[in-house]
Ligand binder design. Structure first.
Ligand SMILES: Nc1ncnc2c1ncn2[C@@H]1O[C@H](COP(=O)(O)OP(=O)(O)OP(=O)(O)O)[C@@H](O)[C@H]1O
Ligand SMILES: [Mg+2]
Length: 294
């Protein structure tokens, strides 16, 4: 809607986890490098955790791009509210297994054959499970068993990546999952962005849309966005999108702190300083707790 007004080639703040928009903060870079290294070196189980909206699915989409380019077979389970029958059916579809896909025995047999064939050709295979914190216990147990498939010469036949909110870590701490926990060889976690990263994140999305060296969001505005979103990328996107709409409505090419105030109210945003200041009866703009590395 506002793209022409600001000179954007596409929506800078859409909410889809699109690798084309990837902002390579050091932690995102490290997480992606770990995922790729874990797969390449046949590490077995890899766990990626992070709070809601910090970029886990975006990382997995980047990994998917890498696997496609590298010609690695993979299954991507993105709906984790499934039972074990549905789990095997999804894997069979994704890996295009030639078997009766509703029969667990047949799927396991065909999967085993595919993994061995891939391993003989010097390739590995990957299972990616997003939203893994929602997985039922018995599906987690099936995943653990899949992780056992091994060739003594080659190593793990199936590399398994579990991604989810921090509850996943707590779930993996459960006594009945200690066998799975012991098999996790790589862990990565995503934290909210720092103030510097939040500003760079916004700038990189605008640059990707054809507006480098942006002047739409002045520095105090960038700081205020970081404060109110606590450096969570999804929230930053939603706030920036609303701000651009508001600025467009009043034909302004610059965002002001007053606009942030209005958008925060409309979005019912809550942030630590706000509650703190309300209690104290002070201004909402008072600087407050920061998220990481400031
Ligand atoms: N490093 C990044 N570069 C560019 N965009 C990002 C990055 N990290 C997150 N985003 C953006 O933030 C939004 C949320 O990201 P994503 O869906 O990957 O988060 P998530 O951790 O999977 O969230 P949830 O816990 O709800 O599943 C998306 O719009 C995505 O494009
Ligand atoms: Mg996600």
């Amino acid at each position: 809607m506002y793209n022409g007004f600001f000179g954007f080639k596409e929506d800078p703040f859409n909410l889809s986890p699109d690798p084309a928009f990837l902002y390579r903060s050091s932690q995102h870079e490290e997480a992606l490098a770990n995922l790729i290294y874990g797969v390449q070196s046949r590490k077995g189980f890899i766990v990626l955790t992070g709070e809601v909206g910090t970029g886990k699915t975006t990382m997995l989409e980047c990994l998917r791009d890498y696997l496609e380019q590298a010609g690695v077979e993979f299954a991507f389970v993105f709906n984790s509210r499934i039972n074990s029958d549905q789990f095997f059916e999804m894997i069979a579809y994704d890996l295009d297994l030639r078997c009766a896909r509703t029969s667990k025995t047949e799927v396991l047999f065909a999967l085993n054959q595919l993994l061995i064939q891939q391993a003989n050709e010097g390739r590995t295979s990957v299972l990616i499970v997003d939203e893994a914190h929602n997985l039922d216990w018995d599906v987690l147990e099936e995943i653990r068993l899949l992780g056992n498939l091994e060739n003594p010469r080659i190593g793990k036949l199936l590399q398994i990546i579990l991604s989810g909110q921090p509850e996943l870590d707590r779930k993996l701490d459960a006594p009945n999952l200690r066998q799975l926990k012991q098999r996790i060889v790589l862990r990565c976690s995503l934290q909210p962005l720092t103030l510097k990263e939040s500003s760079e994140y916004i700038e990189s999305r605008l640059a990707h849309c054809g507006v480098p060296n942006q002047t739409i969001f002045p520095e105090p505005v960038l700081a205020e966005i970081h404060l109110r979103t606590q450096g969570i990328p999804r929230l930053i996107n939603a706030v920036c999108d609303n701000l651009l709409l508001n600025a467009f409505a009043v034909e302004s090419k610059t965002i002001t702190v007053d606009m942030i105030e209005e958008v925060s109210r409309d979005m019912r945003l809550e942030w630590p300083g706000r509650r703190l200041n309300r209690v104290r009866g002070q201004s909402e703009f008072e600087p407050t707790i920061s998220s990481r590395g400031e």
